[in-house]
Design a protein around this ligand. Sequence first.
Ligand code: BTN
Length: 247
Amino acid sequence: MTTSPGHFAHGLAERLTTTRIGRRVFAFDELDSTNTYALDHGEDGAVYVAERQTAGRGRFNRQWLSKGGVGLWFTVALENAPEGLVYTAALAVRDGAAPDCALAIKWPNDLLYNKRKVCGILVEQREHLTALGIGINVRQQPGDFPPELREKASSLEHESGRTIDRAALLQRVLTDLDQKIMLLEQGSAAALRSEWAAACNLAGRRVQCGDTRGTVLDIDEAGALHLETTEGRVRLLSGDLTFLDGA
Ligand code: BTN
């Protein structure tokens, strides 16, 4: 394990009892992006953690704010990753955080706390290598976010009023992810997908995604959303949802 004693993830690999992921943990003070690093250097099952990222990125090529000391910015590298990683990772973050915080999943894979986003997941692929990047806002206060994000984004500590140990949280998320990835690889994708679809809690909701507005009918085997719209049934594989029915 390549960590310096001062790093919050120091000693993590030795504490982990995982099988598939996290036997090697590489912890950095700074990276441009843990996903970029994993795609360039990734070895199967390794975890790359950065205290801060200078070019953290989110879905749709958006910037992901990744200051030092306030978050968990990490990537799991997987060779020949099983299908279903996106929803499996959302469940693992929810369950790993559960002792401290009750998170909700917003389709497809944002984690919300009190309706504010506290975690985002970015899955990227280069040939047979998959980078599963997870960013969890742990300690930010509202002033740490730009004004336009303050209503939408928050952190676990701010919403819960509790102190969160980042190393312990990372250990729990990786442990849960390891178990769920093994279930996926053993053929339990359908059960995990159903659990995730139920957690998204979307049936009957009025939503907007880009220019498309409609009522959610269901989520199919690929995790795509089916909407009833004025133009008929529309299938969405990903996107940013806005709820039109307020709740
Ligand atoms: C999103 O919601 O748009 C996804 C955000 C993903 C952020 C994480 S932080 C660790 C990893 N490295 C990155 O550059 N991005 C992901």
